[in-house]
Write a protein that binds this ligand. Structure first.
Ligand code: CO
Length: 174
């Protein structure tokens, strides 16, 4: 997190340097805030605050790298889950399941435990699932697209058995 912050600051400073002594071009309109999900590995000099493009990572320590995602209502959301660990999915599987508002994460996860055949997405709870990625092992990633029209707070979890205690969060749609 710290290094990410530093990177953000560096990028911001670079941006200011360019705009202050560079030619007078109109600055991009969207220079508000860099979201914590926008900067990954290769530092992109241009802010990639593309609306509704979300990236979240899961690791071999059974953790997501954030417990909060933010998106805008009524527009397609493109969400990528990256498993940045090395352990295969049979032992350290990660998915990201976005649930309807008010869904009990622990209760859903309990039912998911018995749904190995469907990668821990229980058929009986389909109505509670807004969207979900595939179940991933180390080094894999999956991107899904979906739209949420109603503003609100949507719980998300990894539904692999035992992971919900550590791997859960909220998608805030504004
Ligand atoms: Co997991």
């Amino acid at each position: 997190m710290n290094t990410k912050n530093k990177i953000s600051v560096l990028i911001l400073m670079g941006f200011l340097a360019v705009t202050s002594c560079g030619k007078k071009e109109t600055a991009p309109a969207d220079q508000t805030e860099t979201t914590e999900t926008s900067i990954e590995g290769e530092a992109a000099p241009v802010t990639s605050t593309e609306e509704n493009v979300l990236v979240i990572e899961g690791n071999d320590q059974m953790q997501f790298n954030t417990s909060e995602l933010r998106a805008v209502a009524g527009k397609p959301i493109k969400l990528t889950l990256k498993h940045v660990g090395k352990i295969p999915k049979e032992a350290m599987g990660h998915n990201l399941v976005i649930l309807q508002e008010g869904t009990d994460q622990a209760d859903f996860a309990l039912k998911a435990n018995d749904a190995k055949a469907t990668d821990y997405i229980p058929a009986s709870e389909k109505a509670a699932v807004i969207a979900h990625t595939k179940l991933l092992g180390g080094g894999e990633e999956d991107t899904i697209e979906f739209t949420i029209d109603k503003k609100g707070s949507y719980p998300f979890i990894c539904s692999f058995p035992g992971h919900v205690a550590m791997m859960k969060g909220t998608l805030i749609v504004e």
